[in-house]
Design a protein around this ligand. Structure first.
Ligand SMILES: NC(=O)C1=CN([C@@H]2O[C@H](COP(=O)(O)OP(=O)(O)OC[C@H]3O[C@@H](n4cnc5c(N)ncnc54)[C@H](O)[C@@H]3O)[C@@H](O)[C@H]2O)C=CC1
Ligand SMILES: O=C(O)/C=C\C(=O)CC(=O)O
Length: 367
C-alpha cells in the first residue's frame, strides 16, 4: 500500500425519493427560519414547490442563477438576501444554482443547504468558479463546502435525456482524475493526492453512471436508473471535492471560460482524449477505469468511446460554435499555468488533442 493522507470533507448527505420533505426538519435542526431559495429561471416551479414544502415560510426566492456564476448576478442576490433578512440559502438546481449559493455563503457566512437536480457534483466540493469581466476564476476554500445536501431522485426525473448524459459524463470526469496512487478515477483515479477511499468512490461512481446513463437516454423515466445515476454523481462529486484537478479540467475550464462553450458538453467531448493523453503515465488507473466501463474489452479509451456512442452525444466542439482558428489560442492558454498532471504538458500533443476534440474524432491512444 502506498502512503496516503485521508482527510474527508465534513457535510451531511440525505439521499432518497421525496427527500425534499425533510427540508423543514433540517432547517429546524440548524435553528434556521428564514431561507432564501435560489433557482434558475427554468426551475422556478421547483423553487415554488419548495416554498410550499416550507408552508410559505421563506425570506424570498431569487430565480436568476446563471451558468459560470457571474459576479454581477451574485451582487444582485446579495442585496436581495440582505433586504429580505435571510438567515440561510437553499439552492435547488444544478451546478449554476449551487454556484450562486456558494458565492453568497462565502461572502456572508450564511449556511448553505443544497438540493441538486443534475449530476454535476458541485454540492460535494469546496470549489467555486466565478466570472467577472469575461474571465472565470476558480478558488477552493473549506468554507465554500455546503453544510447539508439533500439528494431527491424525484427532482432529477425532469432533467432532459441529453443533459442527463453530458452532466453524468461531467461527473465521471471528476472521478477519473482520482485512480492511480499518484493522482485523481478519471481525474480522481490519478490525482497526486488521491487515497484508497477516494479510489473506491471513483470506481463505484463511474460504474454506477456508466451503467445508468445509457438506460436514462433510452428511458428517461426509469426510477432505478435515475437513482443509480444520482448515487454515482454523489460519489464522483465527492472525488472532485477531495482531490485535485488535472489536464482534463484545465482543458474544460480553458475552453468553457475563454470560448464560451457549454460546461457539461465540453467535459463530455474532451474526456476520452484527456484520458488518452495521460494513459502512458497512469497504467493502474487505466486498468481500474476499463473494469468500471461496460464493453471496454480491457481498454478504457475504447470503453469511453463506446459509452459516448451509446449516449448519442455530440463529440465535436465545432458543433458548439468553436472556430478552427481558435485551436492554437486554446492550446496556448491550456499549457500556461497548467494544473498538476501525471504527464508533462507538451504543447504539440495538447494542440493535436484540442484539434481532435474540435473535429469530434473518436479518441485514439497515440497522443
Ligand atoms: N464548483 C464545482 O465543484 C462545480 C461547478 N460546476 C459549475 O456548474 C455549472 C454547470 O452546472 P450544470 O449542473 O451542468 O448545469 P446548470 O445548473 O446550468 O443546469 C443546466 C440547465 O438545466 C436546468 N435543470 C437543472 N436540473 C434540472 C432538472 N432536474 N429538470 C429540468 N431542468 C433542469 C437548469 O435550470 C439549467 O437551465 C457550471 O457553471 C460549472 O462550472 C460544475 C461542476 C462542479
Ligand atoms: O467552475 C467551477 O465552479 C469550478 C469547478 C468546476 O466547474 C468543475 C468542473 O469543471 O466540472
Amino acid at each position: 500500500m502506498d502512503p496516503f493522507v485521508y482527510s474527508p470533507n465534513p457535510g451531511r448527505v440525505i439521499f432518497g425519493n421525496g427527500t425534499i420533505k425533510k427540508l423543514p426538519e433540517e432547517l429546524a435542526r440548524l435553528n434556521l427560519s428564514a431561507p432564501l431559495l435560489l433557482s434558475t429561471p427554468q426551475q422556478v416551479n421547483q423553487a415554488e414547490d419548495l416554498k410550499s414544502v416550507l408552508e410559505g415560510k421563506v425570506a424570498g426566492i431569487f430565480t436568476e442563477a446563471t451558468m459560470h456564476t457571474p459576479v454581477n448576478v451574485t451582487e444582485k442576490a446579495l442585496d436581495y438576501a440582505k433586504k429580505q433578512g435571510a438567515d440561510c440559502v437553499v439552492s435547488i438546481g444544478g451546478g449554476s444554482t449551487i454556484g450562486l449559493g456558494k458565492a453568497i455563503s462565502i461572502r456572508t457566512g450564511l449556511p448553505h443547504i443544497c438540493i441538486p437536480t443534475t449530476y454535476a457534483g458541485s454540492e460535494m466540493t469546496p470549489i467555486l468558479g466565478e466570472t467577472a469581466d469575461g474571465l472565470k476564476k476558480t478558488r477552493t476554500d473549506p468554507k465554500i463546502l455546503p453544510g447539508t445536501v439533500i439528494y431527491d431522485v424525484d427532482l432529477t426525473m425532469t432533467l432532459p435525456a441529453a443533459m442527463s448524459a453530458t452532466s453524468g459524463v461531467n461527473a465521471i470526469a471528476h472521478a477519473e482524475h482520482s485512480a492511480d496512487s499518484s493522482w485523481s478515477i478519471v481525474e480522481a483515479l490519478y490525482a497526486r493526492n488521491t487515497n484508497p477511499v477516494i479510489n473506491l468512490f471513483a470506481v463505484e461512481g463511474t460504474r454506477a453512471l456508466a451503467s445508468a446513463l445509457p438506460e436514462i437516454v433510452e428511458n428517461p423515466s426509469s426510477p432505478s436508473a435515475r437513482s443509480l445515476a444520482l448515487y454515482g454523481a454523489w460519489l464522483c462529486g465527492t472525488c472532485l471535492g477531495s482531490v485535485g484537478m488535472s489536464i482534463h479540467h484545465k482543458l474544460c475550464h480553458t475552453l468553457g471560460g475563454s470560448f464560451n462553450l457549454p460546461h457539461a458538453e465540453t467535459h463530455t467531448a474532451v474526456l476520452p482524449h484527456a484520458i488518452s493523453y495521460n494513459a502512458p503515465k497512469i497504467p493502474e488507473a487505466m486498468k481500474k477505469l476499463a473494469e468500471a466501463l461496460p464493453e471496454s474489452n480491457g481498454d478504457a479509451i475504447h470503453g469511453l468511446n463506446v459509452l459516448l456512442t451509446k449516449l448519442k452525444v455530440k463529440r465535436g466542439l465545432k458543433d458548439f460554435g468553436m472556430k478552427e482558428e481558435d485551436i492554437d489560442k486554446a492550446a496556448d492558454i491550456a499549457v500556461s499555468n497548467p494544473y498538476w498532471n501525471p504527464r508533462e504538458i507538451e504543447r504539440e500533443p495538447i494542440r493535436e488533442l484540442i484539434r481532435r476534440v474540435w473535429a469530434g474524432e473518436p479518441a485514439r491512444a497515440d497522443l
